[in-house]
Design a protein around this ligand. Structure first.
Ligand code: C2E
Ligand code: MG
Ligand code: MG
Length: 603
């Protein structure tokens, strides 16, 4: 420090006016923006007080050390550094009062090298205190000569320190918020937002590095069940344990995140098809071992969907979408894992198109009902028909009920569809009656699970069929539908039977129910599934199954109908086995009401 500098300062300080100092400080605080608050404030303190050095430091390492946030010395900003607090004047600063040494600083703190380097002779420091009363930092001013303006300095420091404290707290909160925004609280893994950022960056980088990016999504099967049966606490523990295992995959090119409640994502920034397969295998191996805690062992099944960029995706969003489609496919196919290929997107696209068009087709009454005749096996005479829904769409062409019925169920459209079918056949039966066309037997209609389980099913069905009467109908229900809520099924089938409906078990033999269980329900007819009839002539096993079904059904007072009879041989065999009725392409395919009338009805 030059002699002239000191003189200049001293002259300045004798002129210093408290009003001016505080006004300037207030202006500074009012006008500083949040991004460089410390920098601006420290620089202003230096110039307002015209002091040689200003140091702002935060306390770290449980109060043992301090790390500077901003240091001004002789008009320059120094690089930040860390120093040990003991044996420095900063170490003497108390929580409430400033620490002030106006002379012989280096004699008092002989081990403080910094003081020597700066040439400081006087020191005034004040603690920065957090709202909880903890010391979080120090603000100090140092002068290469005694401070002649200590009183003003003390007040300025006091004001500055309180502002800095608030600002440090804000910084800390912001940092925590940023962490929270990108970190999953439960598992500590990066969260979905972080994953998205990472993926976008990885994809952007891949253009220059020419490395492929792979994304694998892992979904825990039946996690909800574990949550429901063992409680959320156990569910949470499991999620943490899964995160712990998956974290082992992390490496220079592999990033693991929790992407949704029971979904995790793994990004590989140096991917290839073979690496993806290996990664998926590694993940599967990780889940081969059960997770054990709280005296329970949980063997967790997973679904895995994966996709690769640029192999089959162009953008991060597309990569994500494709991995999700692959996951969907793994779920629906029940195969556990699936790597994306273009056919999956087509399937999904078709599904969406069907859903949108089906909704309007149902509402606009564009569906049709075809009728397939049913016959008495002994006499060969017509004995009723099954109503089957048909849909020919202008754009999609003919769509099979095997495709659209499950979608209608998924979308909650099936009740409307079933009601439409029932209304159509009722109108048809009335029309035939009016023209004295004799329709023998009953009209069978398929009933969906949603319809069967709705609270007002009996009222609804009675109302829909009231013009013809419920005695004209058989309601077909699959075993699966009847087994879902057995107690309810018992009550509903009995009530429907009392109303006059017959109940048939459709596709019998494909479910897991036994006839003795079904005996408890009010069932009149068993429809033996097509799969047993198809090779009944060749397969002795199928023949004995059909024989047993017929015998048991009869012993319980039910009649039987064979579905999917395609040949004369099958028909003869079923006749021998004592089956009551048959339905199948051999005697008649599903046709329009008009064709049905012309082929089968007599006046
Ligand atoms: P389902 O109730 O078991 O109907 C019998 C299915 O077997 C019909 O298929 C029919 O065309 C077919 N079929 C009949 N005889 C033969 C044969 O000899 N050989 C072969 N290979 N197939 C034969 P469809 O019409 O494709 O219907 C499929 C399924 O869609 C139905 O199975 C039923 O579960 C459902 N479904 C159809 N219409 C409706 C409806 O209006 N409402 C509800 N809820 N479901 C319906
Ligand atoms: Mg049926
Ligand atoms: Mg069937």
């Amino acid at each position: 420090m030059s002699q002239s500098g000191t003189i200049r300062k001293n002259t300045m300080h004798t002129d210093i006016s408290p009003e001016k100092v505080f006004r300037e400080l207030a202006d500074t605080l009012a006008n500083s923006n949040k991004t460089n608050f410390f920098e601006v404030l420290i620089e202003r303190l230096e110039s307002i007080l015209d002091v040689d050095h200003v140091v702002l430091a935060e306390v770290i390492n449980r109060g043992r050390e301090a790390r500077t946030l901003n240091v001004r010395s002789q008009g320059r900003t120094l690089e930040n550094f860390t120093y040990t607090l003991s044996e420095t004047p900063c170490g003497q600063v108390g929580i409430d009062e400033p620490c002030f040494f106006n002379s012989e600083l280096s004699d008092r703190f002989p081990n403080d090298i910094l003081l020597k380097q700066l040439g400081a002779e006087s020191y005034m420091g004040m603690a920065i205190v957090s709202p909880t009363g903890e010391r979080v930092g120090t603000l100090c001013i140092l002068q290469n000569s005694p401070m002649t303006w200590a009183d003003i300095g003390r007040e300025v420091l006091r004001i500055a320190v309180s502002q800095i404290g608030a600002e440090m707290e804000r910084h800390k909160n912001e940092k925590r918020i940023a962490e929270l925004a990108f970190q999953d609280r439960l598992t500590g893994l990066p969260n979905r937002a972080c994953l998205q950022d990472y993926l976008y960056e990885a994809v952007a980088n891949s253009h220059s590095t020419q490395c492929a990016v792979g994304l694998v999504i892992v979904d825990l099967k039946r996690f909800k069940e574990i949550n429901d049966t063992h409680g959320h606490h156990t569910g949470d523990k499991l999620l943490v344990a899964v995160a712990g295992r998956l974290k082992r995959l992390s490496g220079p090119n592999v990033f693991v995140a929790r992407q949704a409640s029971d979904e995790y994502a793994i990004v590989d920034t140096n991917a290839s098809q073979s690496r993806m397969r290996t990664l998926v295998e590694q993940i599967e191996v990780m889940f081969a071992e059960p997770f054990g805690f709280a005296q329970s062992q949980f063997l967790i099944d997973i679904n895995v969907g994966a996709a690769l960029l640029p192999h089959d995706s162009d953008t991060a969003a597309e990569l994500f979408q494709h991995a999700s489609i692959a996951l969907d496919e793994a779920k629906t196919q029940g195969v556990g894992q699936c790597i994306y290929d273009a056919s999956m997107a087509e399937k999904l696209y078709r599904k969406h198109r069907i859903l949108t068009r089906l909704t309007s087709a149902i509402r606009e009454g564009l569906l049709e009902v075809h009728l397939q005749p049913q016959f008495c096996i002994q006499t060969g005479k017509l004995h009723g028909a099954e109503a089957l829904c048909r849909w020919t769409d202008d754009e999609l062409g003919v769509v099979s009920p095997v495709e659209f019925i499950p979608l209608a169920e998924e979308r909650g459209l099936i009740q409307e569809l079933d009601a439409f079918v029932l209304r159509s056949v009722s109108e048809q039966l009335i029309e035939w009656r009016q023209r004295a066309k004799k329709f023998p037997g009953r009209m069978s209609v398929n009933l969906s699970a949603q319809q069967f389980e709705s609270a007002d099913v009996v009222e609804k069905l009675t109302e829909l069929t009231q013009l013809v009467g419920s005695h004209a109908f058989t309601l077909e229900l699959t075993e699966g539908v009847m087994m879902r809520k057995p107690e309810q099924a018992l009550v509903v089938t009995q009530t429907l039977q009392r109303q006059g409906f017959d109940i048939a078990v459709d596709d019998f033999g494909t479910g897991y129910s036994s006839l003795s269980y079904l005996q408890r329900l009010a069932i009149q007819l068993v429809k033996i599934d097509r799969s047993f009839i198809r090779n009944i002539e060749e397969s002795e096993q199928n023949r004995s199954i059909v024989t047993a079904i017929i015998a048991m059904a009869h012993s319980m007072g039910m009649t039987t109908i064979a579905e999917g009879v395609e040949t004369a041989g099958q028909m003869e065999l079923l006749k021998e086995l004592g089956c009551d009725y048959l339905q199948g392409f051999h005697l008649g395919r599903p046709v329009s009401a008009l064709d049905f009338e012309q082929a089968w009805l007599t006046s």
